[in-house]
Design a protein around this ligand. Structure first.
Ligand code: HEC
Ligand code: HEC
Ligand code: HEC
Ligand code: HEC
Ligand code: HEC
Ligand code: HEC
Ligand code: HEC
Length: 259
């Protein structure tokens, strides 16, 4: 992630997981990244604790969330994770939730782009999830309010797959012949935000598959993949076109993943 160094009156510091690790190991000063949260005219940071009084449904699971590690700089550094996305909340707290006193990112990704600049570019790529036109939002896949922000909470890829399968049930199976690669995770082959390649694929050639299925040349003119000579096949297209392994997600008819 590329970050702009923008010092404004609302700048935050981030002591990330890696940075804390460094602190424990070395006890030397930590190189912390600087971010600009949204602003609310006239308001100051109140700290995440202040939100718990009225929004405990949001604060309960927040302690282990990535964004909970945001701090306001200065001597009385407070944990202001909530306000990193919602803007400083002092007026909101004082007025007991008065209208127009807090930012609600809602379904617009603009608040997120303020710190995640590179994501705007990813959703601009030719094959991308339709976030740009408002059909989808970051919240469809990320939970801002608890744990690791990948929706369904898990840090493992099975959790990611569940998120994808909410909408893409055609890929869910069960198939008579499963492709174990899918268990490894949809993001082994797809870039979840966007890609220059059609179908949001990470690569459009055999390399997508060869990262797991190694290719060996046993003799001149013989290229073995998965125990079979592929020398005559590799120039006919990609592994999943050319009338070969079209059932990349699994097949009902053939254990070589064919339709
Ligand atoms: C004294 C109670 C109280 C405190 C403290 C409080 N809120 Fe609220 N908040 C409310 C009420 C009341 C509403 C409006 C009713 C609703 O939508 O739930 C609200 C609404 C919101 C909304 C939705 C606003 C919208 O326009 O949709 C957000 C976001 C929010 N609060 C964030 C925070 C954050 C962040 C903090 C801590 C800095 C905080 N609140 C502290 C009472 C409070
Ligand atoms: C990573 C950014 C982010 C952080 C950090 C964050 N929120 Fe939110 N919050 C959102 C987004 C996006 C929405 C609107 C969509 C949704 O509900 O997920 C939202 C919605 C809300 C709402 C309105 C919910 C409703 O039902 O309309 C409240 C209240 C709220 N957040 C409070 C908090 C509190 C309290 C914290 C800290 C414990 C917090 N948020 C931390 C991004 C964030
Ligand atoms: C004030 C700056 C800031 C804002 C605003 C912000 N983030 Fe983040 N976000 C961070 C930082 C810092 C990290 C941790 C460093 C990293 O992963 O590069 C992070 C990490 C993440 C991660 C990955 C790490 C994880 O496991 O949770 C996701 C996903 C994420 N943010 C989503 C969002 C979404 C969605 C929004 C808008 C609703 C948002 N962020 C708004 C600063 C911000
Ligand atoms: C279609 C689902 C989906 C949508 C929509 C989505 N993300 Fe993600 N995002 C993911 C998945 C899955 C990962 C984990 C990727 C991995 O582990 O390889 C991820 C990872 C991240 C990360 C951490 C790793 C990285 O790439 O930097 C950040 C930050 C992030 N997303 C921010 C956002 C923001 C901001 C938005 C909205 C503008 C957004 N995401 C929308 C699925 C999504
Ligand atoms: C909230 C629903 C939703 C979730 C969750 C979701 N997607 Fe999508 N996905 C869509 C929509 C909508 C499209 C655009 C469909 C279109 O353009 O026809 C799409 C398109 C795609 C495409 C391109 C399809 C094509 O024909 O070009 C791929 C690949 C894809 N998603 C993979 C994923 C992966 C991987 C995940 C999990 C990280 C995921 N999706 C999560 C709704 C979702
Ligand atoms: C082994 C690599 C691989 C994995 C893992 C994978 N995909 Fe795909 N996916 C592909 C390829 C290759 C295509 C393009 C197929 C084509 O063009 O005929 C594709 C196409 C798609 C499409 C477009 C519609 C279609 O079927 O052609 C969607 C949606 C999709 N994948 C979703 C997912 C989801 C959701 C997961 C996780 C459950 C996933 N993929 C896991 C390789 C993979
Ligand atoms: C994440 C690793 C991974 C990736 C990437 C991957 N595969 Fe697989 N694939 C496996 C595993 C594991 C098996 C089951 C064990 C085996 O047969 O090697 C398998 C099995 C297969 C089989 C069945 C082999 C048999 O004889 O039973 C075919 C065909 C296949 N994969 C094709 C592909 C194609 C085409 C791609 C690229 C679109 C691909 N694989 C990408 C891991 C992967």
């Amino acid at each position: 992630m590329k970050l702009p160094l923008r010092w404004t009156k609302n700048t935050l510091l981030f002591g990330g997981i890696a940075a804390w690790g460094l602190l424990l190991v070395s006890c030397v000063s930590v190189n912390r990244a600087v971010f600009a949260p949204p602003s609310v005219p006239g308001a100051k940071f109140a700290g995440s604790q202040a939100c718990a009084e009225c929004h405990d449904d949001k604060t309960t699971g927040f302690h282990d969330a990535t964004h909970a590690k945001m701090m306001a700089p200065g001597d009385n550094a407070k944990e202001i994770g909530c306000e990193s996305c919602h803007g400083p909340g002092s007026l909101h707290v004082k007025s007991g939730g008065g209208a127009g006193t807090i930012v609600n990112p809602g379904t617009s990704p603009e608040t997120c782009y303020q710190c995640h600049l590179d994501k705007r570019a990813e959703f601009d790529l030719p094959s991308a999830h339709p976030v740009k036109n408002g059909q989808m939002s970051c919240s469809d896949c990320h939970d801002s309010h608890q744990g690791n922000s990948i929706l369904t909470g898990g840090t493992n890829l099975a959790g990611i797959n569940d998120t994808c399968l909410k909408c893409h049930n055609a890929q869910a199976g069960p198939y008579a012949f499963e492709h174990e690669a899918v268990r490894e995770g949809c993001v082994t082959c797809h870039s979840p935000h966007g890609s220059v390649n059609a179908r949001m694929l990470k690569t459009t050639n055999a390399n997508l598959c060869l990262q797991c299925h190694s290719q060996t040349q046993t003799a001149a003119g013989v290229i073995v993949i998965g125990g079979r000579d592929h020398a005559g096949s590799l120039n006919r297209g990609t592994c999943w076109t050319a009338g070969c392994h079209e059932g990349v997600h699994g097949s009902h008819v053939n254990n070589s993943l064919r339709f």
